[in-house]
Design a protein around this ligand. Structure first.
Ligand SMILES: Nc1ncnc2c1ncn2[C@@H]1O[C@H](COP(=O)(O)OP(=O)(O)OP(=O)(O)O)[C@@H](O)[C@H]1O
Ligand SMILES: [Mg+2]
Length: 367
């Protein structure tokens, strides 16, 4: 189970929206997903269609007492077959104070212990954190190996996030486990120059820490939350659904990459006898006068944009042409372009297949 905490002390930056909709898109791809709502506001619980006050039990029962771990299973509610939620309720606001009186080393381990008891039932646990870095958020950071920090594309938000990254690094150091942190630009309105400049600034500041996906402002995301549905189940062609589906692809690819790193090296004696694999140089081109950043991702690079790809940008009259140089063995490949954070099929390639999370993947045949 990959455990990912969605963290930012700033209110209203899209933590809950990201938790619920990333969960919905991962589930739509066939993953088994648990949403863990540790925010006393219980917005994730509500956005998944549950009424917090109508539930007899919630995470309070699990986290309040030592040994509450075993209560997590019974507390979990099913939203759909592959999408479950460990619900919150207003009573969690009393938990911070209650735990404050307990031993500092164990009070932040409660959630990690509880999640271990269900780890074999899920592929992902996504933890929606409250807008502060208190004991509840520390519990989430202890339980998680990965952190997503949604960052509203505004200059004022950037300053706070740098402090947050320092806090997370300090904590990771103290508890002695690695935390992979990634920034997710949210609430992006590409029509304004201000937002475009801010996004460029965020990319410059955080570089590879930034997801390629950008979540655009989209009113359908609010409507979906009010209806108690992840957007992929409410309006699957809306920008919000497209963006969170792209995020799900990126998150999945990052996991595949980590698996590859962790995989034991194959002993030399077991290496295939096939001899050298002959690759061919293949150049694909993308043109769009409005695009500022174009990358390519496909099954040849684990869907990690531009990984292992040589890029060139040339001018063709007023238009810019992105040329991507790939070295591929004979076979059939699927790919998409990531254009300013948006995943798009190749407009010049008529061959495509339906992608696993909606949209189309372009198909490339190398003979
Ligand atoms: N991309 C988006 N487009 C439009 N509205 C959005 C988007 N993301 C979030 N919102 C809306 O903005 C508001 C705040 O978002 P959300 O609840 O996800 O933030 P949060 O970080 O979880 O807030 P809090 O810190 O209070 O928990 C909500 O009404 C939500 O529906
Ligand atoms: Mg929230």
């Amino acid at each position: 189970m990959r455990t990912i905490a969605i963290v930012n002390q700033k209110g209203g930056c899209g933590k809950t929206t990201t938790t619920v909709n990333l969960a919905g898109c991962l589930e739509a791809e066939g993953a088994r997903v648990l949403v863990v709502d540790i925010d006393p506001q219980a917005h994730a619980t509500l956005a998944l269609g549950l009424e917090p006050e109508a539930l007899d039990e919630n995470l309070y029962e699990v986290l309040a007492e030592p040994g509450g771990d075993a209560r997590l299973g019974p507390v979990i509610q099913e939203v759909r077959e592959g999408l479950h939620v460990a619900p919150s309720g207003i009573v969690l606001s009393a938990l911070e104070q209650r735990l404050a009186g307990e031993r500092a080393d164990t009070r932040t381990e409660r959630l990690a212990g509880a999640l271990e008891t269900v780890a074999d039932r899920y592929d992902y646990a996504l933890i929606d954190c409250p807008p502060n870095v208190g004991i509840l958020t520390f519990n989430a950071l202890r339980a998680a190996r990965e952190v997503i920090v949604p960052l509203e594309t505004s200059f004022f938000a950037i300053d706070g996030v740098q402090k947050l990254l320092e806090t997370i690094a300090l904590l990771a150091n103290r508890i002695g486990h690695e935390l992979t942190v990634r920034i997710l630009p949210t609430l992006y309105d590409g029509r304004t120059r201000y937002a475009r400049e801010t996004l460029a600034e965020i990319r410059k500041l955080f570089g590879d820490l930034c997801f390629d996906t950008v979540i655009r402002a989209n009113v359908k995301l609010r409507e979906a939350a009010r209806r108690g549905l992840p957007i992929i189940r409410f309006a699957r062609s809306a920008n919000g659904a497209v963006d969170y589906a792209a995020l799900a692809v990126e998150v999945t690819a990052l996991g595949a990459d980590a698996d590859a790193i962790d995989a034991p090296l194959r002993p030399a004696a077991m290496a295939p006898e096939a001899g050298p694999i002959h690759t061919r140089e293949v150049v694909v081109e993308f043109r769009d006068p409005r695009a500022a950043d174009v990358r390519i991702a496909g099954d040849f690079n684990g869907w990690v944009p531009d990984k292992g790809v040589q890029s060139r940008v040339d001018s063709d009259g007023p238009a810019r042409v992105w040329r991507k140089v790939l070295h591929l063995a004979p076979g059939t490949y699927q790919y998409r372009y990531v254009v300013d954070g948006e995943w798009r099929s190749d407009p010049d390639n008529p061959r495509s297949v339906a992608g696993p999370v909606g949209g189309k993947n372009s198909v490339l045949v190398v003979s």
